[in-house]
Write a protein that binds this ligand. Structure first.
Ligand SMILES: Nc1nc2c(ncn2[C@@H]2O[C@H](COP(=O)(O)OP(=O)(O)OP(=O)(O)O)[C@@H](O)[C@H]2O)c(=O)[nH]1
Ligand SMILES: [Mg+2]
Length: 201
């Protein structure tokens, strides 16, 4: 299926959040993990979302409308960048918390994890927070092109054990397109479960 992404809203402050009448999947992860690159990869466009090798590029919540499925993919600012000031960090926390608690249309949080790094405390904290909120998560191991096959397999099983029943993490590379079709299917399925998969629940 040929899908398109269109940026329809950008939010910098909690009071700019509004109710959007469509399911949403948000992309969360540490700064520089590859969230915006993943948006571009899914869109098949080079510069729809701004990317940078300097962490902290995305400062706002960016809402992309996916057609023809009619759901939002939400690119979130990254967390955990060491040089971020305390004030900035607190602002991130508030904005994300407000988004998560006020968005009843949030069907899934895609958690992006760097495939080259062992599980980081801050990622585990996010996973625990999402669990406590009852938000389904979809784990994506980014930058798979930079990881040896053996190390990647190890990382997959490590995260699979940590996540328990929350599914197998998906190796993904915005550079090579690895995992792209599979991710599109998982995203579409999460906002619009097929009858067979909801019966199985
Ligand atoms: N090799 C490789 N590099 C990648 C991949 N995805 C992203 N990058 C690089 O990683 C850097 C950060 O990518 P972004 O997409 O801006 O990361 P982000 O998570 O949106 O970062 P923030 O907006 O700061 O939270 C850029 O230099 C990208 O080119 C990938 O799959 N493979
Ligand atoms: Mg970004």
């Amino acid at each position: 299926m040929n899908r398109t992404l269109e940026l329809v809203k950008t939010v910098f402050e909690p009071n700019q959040l509004e109710i959007l009448d469509a399911p949403q999947v948000a992309l969360a992860g540490r700064s520089n993990v590859g969230k915006s690159s993943l948006v571009n990869c899914l869109a098949g466009r080079k510069s729809l979302a701004r990317i940078s090798s300097t962490p902290g590029k995305t400062r706002s919540l960016n809402f992309y409308l996916v057609k023809p499925d009619d759901f939002f993919l939400v690119d979130l600012p990254g967390y955990g960048y060491a040089k971020t000031s305390k004030t900035e960090r607190a602002k991130w926390g508030k904005l994300i918390e407000r988004y998560v608690t006020s968005t009843r249309q949030l069907t899934t949080m895609a958690v992006l994890l760097d495939s080259r790094l062992p599980p980081q405390r801050i990622d585990l904290e996010l996973v625990a927070y999402l669990r406590s909120m009852g938000i389904p998560l979809l784990a994506v191991l980014t930058k798979a092109d930079k990881c040896k096959q053996k190390d990647l397999a190890h990382r997959v099983s490590e995260w699979r054990d940590l996540l328990g029943g929350a599914g197998v993490p998906l190796p993904f590379s915005s550079k090579t397109g690895r995992g792209r079709d599979k991710l599109w299917n998982l995203l579409a399925e999460s906002v619009n479960p097929s009858p067979a998969s909801s019966e199985a629940e």
